[in-house]
Design a binder for this molecule. Structure first.
Ligand code: ADP
Ligand code: DP6
Ligand code: CO
Length: 327
């Protein structure tokens, strides 16, 4: 019985990826930069079934066997990987658990496809290095490219399958930086990341500006990280998130992931800053807000958010590790 088991942590982009240049290879329009988180992760078992079996391939998520429609993306992905290594289309059983809300803008696809890529290569005993693993993860979900590494990670957009890969910037950062995930709504979003970014690339007249600014953002963010400059990191991250959400309003038809409580949270971050409690926000493709802050302010920020937003659930995260083989 060949089985691979892996754990991967989610990562939150500080400079966002928002648009593909190639849908099949998931090559991005711009480079991006993230922090891998310790609090959110996916555990995945990938088991190859015996050739003689009459059992069909299956995909179960959080102990629930998924219907064909919800399994399509994962099944297609496994076939893509099998074709890449000229393997037969063996049947398989995937069992995966998300220790992160699924499809809620907390980057479940980043940990999901990084874990699945690692479990796949382990089951087939393929000898791949981290760079190849980050290519494989990218073929599942763009953001998963970066979850191969821990700490601060850059995804260099590259030009083709070979060079569009993640590069670790600092796998064990010592900077005083943590993230508070504020639960606005952990339900599945209406528009997947894949669909949202596609709509923007196809229709926003501002897309060219986004690309240039994102590339500049990555360069500036790397400088900020090198200088251990929390203020610059937070400011740049906030700018990237705002630009991404502004871009969504400029698509045709326009759309947004923001909810009234999201704006409330943004305002509160601004207010706290004016009051001398330094913090910044970032928001992915969902309504939930992630606050970047320093350890000494966690308690006060948490209290203020609970006061103002009606005892919301807040989860604290720090830097997490890269993908882990579980056997
Ligand atoms: P998120 O904000 O959570 O990353 P996305 O829209 O990017 O949302 O991706 C959600 C999709 O990722 C799901 O519809 C599913 O196809 C896939 N996914 C999430 N978790 C898993 C998992 N553990 N294993 C395989 N695929 C997963
Ligand atoms: C806003 O990686 O989820 O989180 O490549 O289509 O699977 P696909 O999209 P995904 O998009 C992530 C978008 C983002 C920003 C980021 O993680 O860089
Ligand atoms: Co995603």
């Amino acid at each position: 019985m060949r089985i691979g088991k892996a754990r991967a942590h989610t990562n939150i982009a500080l400079i966002k990826y928002w648009g593909k240049a190639n849908n099949q290879l998931k090559l991005p329009q711009n480079s991006s930069l993230s922090m891998t988180l310790d609090a959110f992760y996916t555990d995945t078992n990938f088991q190859l079934l015996e050739q003689s079996t009459t059992t069909e391939s299956s995909f179960s998520l959080n102990n629930v066997v998924q219907e064909p429609a919800s399994s399509r993306r994962v099944f297609d992905y496994i076939e893509t990987l099998q074709d890449r290594y000229r393997l037969p289309h063996d049947k398989f059983k995937i069992q995966t658990t998300n220790h992160v809300p699924t499809s809620a803008g907390l980057a479940s696809s980043s940990s999901a496809f990084a874990a699945l890529a690692q479990a796949f290569v382990a089951a087939y005993q393929l000898d791949v290095d981290k760079q190849e693993l980050s290519r494989l993860a990218r073929l599942g979900s763009g953001s998963a490219t970066r979850s191969i590494y821990g700490g601060f990670v850059e995804w260099q957009k590259g030009t083709d399958d070979q060079d569009s890969i993640a590069m670790p910037i600092d796998e064990q950062p010592t900077i005083d930086l943590c993230l508070l995930a504020v639960e606005i709504n952990f339900a599945s979003k209406g528009i997947s990341s894949t669909a949202g970014m596609q709509q923007v690339v196809n229709t926003s007249p501002y897309y060219g500006v986004w690309r240039t600014e994102a590339e500049r953002g990555v360069i500036q963010m790397k400088q900020a990280i090198k200088a251990n400059d929390f203020t610059a990191i937070g400011t740049l991250a906030e700018r990237s998130a705002l630009a991404m959400h502004a871009l969504n309003f400029t698509a045709n038809p326009p759309f947004t992931y923001l909810e009234p409580e999201t704006i409330h949270a943004i305002k509160l971050v601004e207010q706290l800053r004016i009051q001398g409690i330094e913090c910044y926000f970032t928001i992915d493709a969902g309504p939930n807000v992630k606050i970047l802050c320093q350890l000494r302010n966690v308690k006060e920020i948490t209290e203020r958010f609970k006061e103002e937003l009606g005892n919301v659930n807040i989860i604290k995260a720090s830097f997490g590790p890269g993908v882990i083989n579980l056997d």
